[in-house]
Design a binder for this molecule. Sequence first.
Ligand code: UDP
Length: 310
Amino acid sequence: MRILVTGGAGFIGSHLIEKLLSMDNHVICLDNLYTGSKENIKKFNENKNFEFILHDIINSIDLKVDQIYNMACPASPVHYQRDPVQTMKTSVYGILNMVELAVKNKATLLHASTSEVYGDPEIHPQTETYKGSVNPIGPRACYDEGKRAAETICFDYYRQHGLKLKLIRIFNTYGPRMDKNDGRVVSNFIVQALTGSDITIYGDGSQTRSFCYIDDLVNGIISMMNSDDSFSGPVNLGNPGEFTIKELAEKVIKLTNSKSKVIYKNLPADDPVRRRPDINLAQSQLKWRPQVLLNEGLEKTIEYFQGILN
Ligand code: UDP
């Protein structure tokens, strides 16, 4: 099968490509390398089934493909807020180009949406039917509203042009190959712990997140792409194990035997108070649930960062 992965040089994209190549597919990776890196895809260059095209999905492209995974977009708050107009364009112009390409090829399009569409949620855990609570003019809006608009475009093409659609909402994911300068909580805490720097908790650390290990997520993504045609989603993909940020800091310090001390900084604007996926839909439709416990996944991620920091 000929498969296009946009954002393939990013953290999630590169893990997805690795798995798709191991399943004997031909994979075309598109990336503008804004947050992705060539380092992430270096090991695929020898593989004759792998192609890399330096391209920004804001611009249209014509390719022959059977499946499209649209993973391209800066996803960490630090990165997506650096150039918010570009983030919005990547979501909106990017998905317009990808739905057009999918319809033209009669290809199935899997679009990576996000738990951020729920904003600072008023219901807990978040089910797919919850419509969200997003500040449309805040600093996170370029990403949250961009992703919400992209979902709208996906479903309009599905209804109006017969797009073969698979929509997933990804919750916090971590693992090897996260960018150490991503600003995300897992990478920040591990790098800080390993380098003996202060561990920076934003706010009082009582806010919660649910962390999914990358291998679990990739299995869920591929199951969704290959699920029954009648199921378009949206479907939550994430690990329902919920932890406070303070608990995460304690775990990282313990697992790394770090002498780092915890310091408290201001909570960023619109930072969601709680987040946890309801994954009943994924369990029933995809027979998928995450297998990797947080401690186990953190150990593997710490090992990765030990390797790149030395
Ligand atoms: N956070 C923190 N210290 C850091 C980075 C993040 O306390 O060094 C907090 C952040 O305020 C948020 C949570 O950890 O409450 C998760 O942040 P992240 O940027 O990883 O992703 P988000 O879920 O907010 O998109």
